[in-house]
Design a protein around this ligand. Structure first.
Ligand SMILES: [Zn+2]
Length: 389
């Protein structure tokens, strides 16, 4: 017996109900009866064929990647490994345009609800006249559109491989990372090929690349051609780190940059916010009710310093920002999250540089790997640029 939604074949995870056998591995997503014949309904193909409209043009590196995606995605799965801020959304526009023109159904899967809403909004401006449908908590009544953007948790609605092309953003992050059931549910939406986007491919994908099961496309150059900011690492006793943090804030507050401080726990967030209240600060954690309001206040500079847990490591772009990670050696920060955090700095053409400081009270493999990886990407970028000049 096999669950056609999550591929579970473990007998102990099937149970009997009054209507028939169901799968317990994915029952959290609504119970389905396994023996029932599933009527495969293809997603209605797009009806609109608008060209994409951007106010700026892609770099030659981005154009090359876009072309490679369109040339190969109908023959193989692809992993697009782009450094933070390389403009991954821009590089999928040509593929979306092609799908719209050739009436190929396409689904975009994104981890966070807020980002689903933002990308949907953005795509509806880029593809004028097209219906872009976001599907996430609070937006589940309409499942039709030319372009569907959904959280991974909503993909259970689309079992039976109804989309020809599926784009999956941030495969290396929560909630997809390490969740086999959810990964299978996403893959089972797709009848042809998947395009995965990531800034930090994990073991699973590195193995797939090694075994030629997936095509790798890599971009190490941000659109503004500046290097990625390499974090400065300070290793000292914890009470000394408070002093370093104080100095960082005091020095950076003189510039027009925002100051974003990542901390490992909610408790520490509150503590630092209290300690440094003199600097006009606030904090943001998964428990914060008015997240949008606080982010807006920070962007508008009504707050100088924002303390945050890893909740802000991805998906949010601030124009001029310096970043510090307090206790970067804490176990909640792994290589991938530290790369994302450092990648918050210098994303915009208007502000391509900034400061990034990692404060540690112990040696951490993850911190070392992160720094090494960023330096490696910069080296790769330099050799590519010099080769092309
Ligand atoms: Zn299942």
């Amino acid at each position: 017996m096999k669950c056609h939604r999550c591929n579970n074949e473990d007998e102990s995870l099937f149970a009997m109900s009054s209507k028939g056998m169901y799968c317990r591995a994915c029952v959290g997503f609504k119970r389905i009866i396994v023996q029932e014949d599933i009527i495969v309904e293809k997603q209605v193909p797009p009806v609109c064929d608008s060209d994409y409209l951007l106010e700026y043009s892609l770099t030659k590196y981005q154009k090359e990647i876009s072309k490679q995606i369109c040339d190969n995605i109908f023959d193989t799965d692809i992993l697009l490994h782009g450094v933070t801020g390389s403009g991954k959304t821009e590089m999928i526009l040509e593929l979306i345009e092609k799908c719209l023109k050739e009436k190929i159904s396409i689904l975009i899967v994104i981890s966070r609800r807020q980002v689903v809403l933002e990308i949907s909004e953005r795509l509806s401006h880029i593809f004028k006249n097209c219906k872009v449908t976001p599907i996430c908590q609070g937006y589940t009544s309409d499942l039709d559109g030319d372009i569907i953007v959904a959280t991974s948790h909503q993909c259970y609605r689309f079992i039976d491989k109804i989309f020809e092309i599926v784009i999956v953003d941030e495969v290396d992050a929560f909630p997809l990372k390490g969740d086999l059931v959810l990964n299978n549910i996403v893959q089972n939406c797709c009848s042809k090929h998947l395009l995965y986007l990531t800034a930090t491919p994990d073991e699973y994908f590195l193995n797939k690349i090694k075994n030629n099961e997936i095509m790798l496309l890599k971009i190490v150059i941000r659109p503004h051609y500046h290097n990625l900011v390499v974090p400065q690492v300070v290793l000292n006793l914890k009470f000394v780190l408070y002093y370093f943090l104080y100095c960082f804030i005091k020095q950076r507050i003189k510039t027009d940059h925002l100051i974003l401080i990542f901390v490992p726990t909610i408790k520490m967030c509150k503590k630092l916010n209290y300690l440094f209240k003199y600097f006009k600060c606030d904090y943001l954690t998964s428990k914060t009710k008015n997240k949008e309001e606080i982010i807006d206040k920070f962007k508008n500079k009504q707050i100088n310093v924002l303390f945050a847990t890893t909740i802000l490591e991805r998906g949010v772009t601030f124009t001029k920002v310096d970043v510090c990670v307090f206790m970067a050696n804490h176990m909640v920060f792994d290589e991938s999250s530290l790369i994302q955090i450092a990648g918050r700095v210098g994303r915009k053409i208007k502000a391509p540089t900034g400061d990034c400081l990692f404060l540690c009270d112990g040696v951490s493999d993850q911190v070392n790997k992160c720094v090494k990886s960023i330096i490696g990407a910069n080296d790769e970028k330099m050799s590519l640029v010099s080769k092309n000049n």
